[in-house]
Design a protein around this ligand. Sequence first.
Ligand code: GCV
Length: 822
Amino acid sequence: MSTWDFAGNFVVRMNRSHLLAVGIALLGSALLMTTAGCSSPGKSGRADGTGGASTGTGGNAGQLTGETGGSTGGTGATAVAGSSGTGGGADGGADPYPPPTVTPPDEDGSQLWLRYPLVNLPARLTEYQAGITQLVTAGSSATLQAAQAELVKGLGGLIGATIPVVSQPTAAGAVVIGTPTSSAIISGLALGSSLTAVGNEGYLVQATTVSGKAAVVVAGNTDVGVLHGAFALLRQLQCHQPLAGLALSESPKIQRRILEHWDNLDGSIERGYAGTSLWQWSALPGTLSQRYTDYARANASLGINGVVLNNVNADSQILTTSYLAKVAALANVFRPYGITVYLSAQFGAPQQIGGLSTADPANSSVATFWVNLAKTIYTMIPDFGGFLVKADSEGQPGPADYGRTHADGANMLEAALAPHGGIVMWRAFVYSDNGTDRIGQSYSEFKPLDGKFNAGTMVQVKNGPLDFQPREPFHQLFGAMPSTPLALELEITKEYLGEDTHLAYLGPMWQEVLQSDTTAKGQGSLVARVIDGTLHGYKLTAIAGVPGIGSDANWMGSHFNQANWYAFGRLGWNPDLNAQAIADEWIRQTFSNDPVVVTPVTQMMMNSRQNLVNYMEPLGLVHMMGTNTHYGPAPWVDNLTPADTNPYYFHKADATGIGFDRTSTGSDTVAQYFPQVASLFATRSTTPDDNLLFFQRVNWDDLLPSSGRTIWNELVYRYSAGVDAVQTMRNQWPMVMGRIDNQRYNDVADFLQIQHYEARWWRDTCLQYFMSVNKHAMPAGYSPPQQSLSYYQSLQTTCPADPTKPRCPAIYTGSPSPAITN
Ligand code: GCV
């Protein structure tokens, strides 16, 4: 039964017994892919699927049908997680979890993955109740207090009893936390080099004995290491891992793991779909919301250790003393959680708030402005992280305005921050009309500057050369700047991947870029090795993600978007983690450990990004979305200035063919990659299907060897398969009904319905448009577009009414599937 709710959402309320039949039919095949999660995440495999040296951009036919394990044919294998035992002995197909007698109570998603519900696997609960009986404290620092509070809350929730806090172990089952300095017990364990090896932020979590009694030790070299260890222990227990043999030893591979908020001082969030900004600027510094602490807890649970508070399209007011007092108040909340505050700096600030007539980096008054500002900031925020800068891009001022280079601009700021220990993260996302191939601009401007940046400067590079599209090849700069530390920038908010409503798990996308091989120093020169610093010996390393976190109760605009915050944090800690393993542990903590839940939801998540690529921008298409809001399809747009902001610029579809020729017969931008990669993308037979139209121009009737279809028929097939895959997700979701709470169940069901309609909207619009230029007909076996091209074009004026919760009620009608009719 369907209806409209007051917010304009299409609401589905399904009958459980009716849907169970569908679910059971799907469960048989789905159970085959249950994987390990929490304690032994598999190392990620190469995402290129070729087994060769050159790329990591997705394979060919194998990726069409899923990213779950490379078992779907073709050459696009994405490695699966390791398969050591799962919590509660869930392997083997039997469900050891007693079905709930009543549906779990409603949840609004605000607890994220830190829910700590009573363990509902009877044998494991008994084990935990015997093995965790008390918490032994070790010191009064704010960080250790936070670790203690989290353990009291978490352990108590999981075992269903209050955990006494004691100063010395008095019984078996003590959880002992601390550093060798803060805890005589930890010191007495003489953990030696195994502890020193985990560094400043890492931890050891071990089942051991203390004074002859069974205990669990959470040890770090620093209080923050202990806090990270506390969260690691709670993750294991939330995943129902056995206590016996517990032995974790972890440290982060990337130094700075940063959330980059695009929050404006008026409370709006650029490209945010989860409400308004978390930062209550008018109430700060006096009033500190509990939400700030919960946000810090969530980040610390993943090891995220930095926060850029404001939009890169920066308002210089944030650099004034009254705002810095508010920033300092937030920094004080975050500090115990190991989180440092950064700010986006407006390059024009010397003019806007400094009373100067220029922002020229060569002007001594400008340099002095920044030096004095840095002194002020560090007086108020002693551990301030530094500046993030968007300059000479999308209308932002920058050094080019004065005939200076990016290095000139960055080095001036670095000189101001470096004496205090701060750094500059200078963005390589430059978008200005220089008449060359859009995707080549960043490389052209930055590659010649390698080695010219001061030591405290990083260049921050988006994953792909264009702009966070559903699929792009990795950015050419990775591997190309050995003397300049490069940070990786990812977009967690789904600006181009369905905003708040579409279920699109981004772990596979990020794994794809991280495991891409630049070949800069021969085979194995992965993007992950560039950004963890090991390839070139960078002294600074960083990863940044744009979260879009906001005031919505569920933080991210949808329950499944939380998985992307989670995956970002986990990959920042260890860029070699496997996306499927991360999904597995997120599901266990967020929804349930019950394989009846874990199995189908893992499958939904792991297929979701490729499904979305199929119904939005298959075969290497990019930038087909609506102007400004970036919501919905608008492939016909060709009249914007500059030209490289038009969808048409990127697909160039006409009567003969489609695609952007970036080989030597076209823009030759492929030459910006290292030779092995360049040759792969420049050669028709070796270009991965998933990047085909990004690099090559093809005729509509050319055959795609991997499928035997023509390009036109392949596009129709992929668009249609993408739509029907959302139907599959809608069939899978009811399998969890009654095993999770109704509130989140219904929220997800509602959004899946919107996604299904919008997938059909994308498909029908794009196919209608392409037919209008190629004069081809729909092949047999596919449902025709439901409306005319002019109808779809007319929607651009009405959809969306609200860009922060984008919807298009006009197309929420009819039956989106089947798109493939035979
Ligand atoms: C903050 C894209 C987004 C912009 C964003 C820009 C950037 O173009 O649409 O909203 O601006 O990226 O990364 O700077």
